[in-house]
Design a protein around this ligand. Structure first.
Ligand SMILES: NC(=O)c1ccc[n+]([C@@H]2O[C@H](COP(=O)([O-])OP(=O)(O)OC[C@H]3O[C@@H](n4cnc5c(N)ncnc54)[C@H](O)[C@@H]3O)[C@@H](O)[C@H]2O)c1
Length: 382
């Protein structure tokens, strides 16, 4: 079994430790964090060793670094991982700009190491079922669509909300990876992007924790309207926002030449997916509950932003699939080309709004392949 060293013992680490219950090859043996206290606490809780970050990077027993640090630390941590001769799997986004990501991909290639990155949610039941329905031709060719992620921001409940509102934060880098990866999964690579951005409030107020009541400055745009043109000529409109109190929009709608399909929450693994083939007609619901990676497995309200109750959450599948791919010398699904194309889309969205013009993407990638049950069965725990 390949050994995994985890760097970044924060909130999301719990989800990756839980993924050991679902997948047969996730073997986290050592953890590290710039906060020694956080690393020690994590090691104690999960009965593994803790080390200093550099000590872990130099540990010859470790094959893969699972990087769960904050987005602004991804670049330096992935670079150090690759330079120490280890494979890297990192939480989203790959890095906070395109140039850094490109450098990391080239470094991984030159060292013959695997570089994988979240999100892996597109591998879930919702993403795969939507893909299957679209690819079957039932709703015709998808030429139009919408996507929405909108909420008021984290300042009301998060004790340290500032990073979401400065460089490295914002709705594009935070939630864009889920939506863009899902769009590429369903429609293939994108061609160009036009975006408009705004900062609705110049200051926000902290609603909880030791800094409760304190105002802090918002340094970046907090809402984006986006139009993406894909290579298959689909035009998709998006809204990603930290400025919305409430809404009833769907996560994703796709309008085909024969019907419409309401897609999944790209931040999650389940369904249902809805299809309608007539104007004003009924919506046929397709459940994901019989799918290996679509069944509800979260029943309790944990208060975590990525785990509302009654959800399917199989985060870690991208890591498990990468490990299987390393062992079997095959291309992994959350691979460099997909990840760099998604980073290019994120970076181009921000730049399009800044420069007030339509921008061409610099990269492309292959259309993703369906994740079949017989492939999932190789990594899932029986
Ligand atoms: N919290 C969520 O619900 C969630 C969901 C999906 C993805 N993510 C992603 O997971 C990553 C981590 O998020 P989180 O919520 O766990 O953050 P967090 O702030 O709770 O934890 C991050 C940890 O990384 C450590 N760290 C930061 N820089 C480091 C460095 N250079 N070297 C070593 N340790 C370092 C911090 O000390 C902290 O303990 C982010 O990329 C985020 O986008 C989070």
């Amino acid at each position: 079994m390949l050994n995994i060293g985890l760097i970044g013992c924060g909130h999301i680490s719990e989800t990756y430790f839980r993924s050991r219950d679902y997948f047969n090859n996730i073997n986290i043996t050592v953890c590290a964090d710039i906060s020694i206290k956080a690393a020690k606490k994590c090691a104690e809780e999960y009965n593994i060793k803790s080390k200093q970050v550099d000590e872990l990077l130099n540990d010859s027993d470790i094959d893969i670094i699972l990087n769960l640090t904050n987005p602004t630390s991804h670049y330096e941590t992935i670079k150090k991982t690759l330079l120490s001769g280890k494979h890297s799997y990192c939480e989203k986004p790959l890095s906070i700009n395109y140039e850094q990501g490109k450098e990391l991909i080239e470094l991984a290639k030159s060292k013959n190491l695997y570089l994988g990155n979240a999100p892996d949610t597109f591998l879930g039941g919702g993403g795969q079922l939507t893909k299957k329905i679209i690819d079957s031709g039932e709703v015709g060719d998808i030429k139009l669509g919408n996507f929405t992620f909108a909420f008021p921001g984290v300042q009301s409940w998060h004790p340290n909300p500032e990073p979401w509102f400065v460089e490295g934060g914002g709705p594009i880098l935070d939630m864009g990876p889920y939506y863009y990866t899902m769009l590429v999964n369903l429609l293939g690579p994108a061609k160009n992007i036009r975006a408009y951005a705004t900062t609705v409030s110049k200051y926000r107020n902290i609603g909880d924790g030791p800094k409760k009541g304190k105002d802090f400055k918002v340094e970046i745009p907090t809402s984006y309207y986006i139009i993406i043109e894909f290579h298959n000529n689909a035009l998709i409109q998006g809204f990603l926002s930290f400025d919305v109190i409430n809404h009833e929009s769907n996560f994703m709608d796709f309008f085909g030449t024969k019907g419409s399909i309401i897609g999944p929450d790209p931040n999650m693994f389940g369904g249902p997916i809805k299809v309608s083939l007539t104007e004003g007609g009924e919506w046929e619901e397709h459940s994901t509950e019989n799918m290996i990676l679509g069944k509800t497995n979260i029943f309790n309200q944990s208060g975590r932003s990525n785990e509302a109750p009654t959800n399917a959450n199989y985060r870690g599948v991208g890591l498990a699939e990468m490990i299987y791919s390393i062992e079997n010398k095959q291309i992994h699904r959350c691979n460099e080309k997909l990840v760099l194309h998604v980073l290019d889309m994120l970076d181009t969205t921000v730049k399009s709004a800044e420069q007030n013009k339509n921008l061409k993407l610099r990269t492309t990638c292959e259309k993703t392949k369906l994740f079949l049950d017989n492939e999932i069965e190789k990594i899932i725990k029986k």
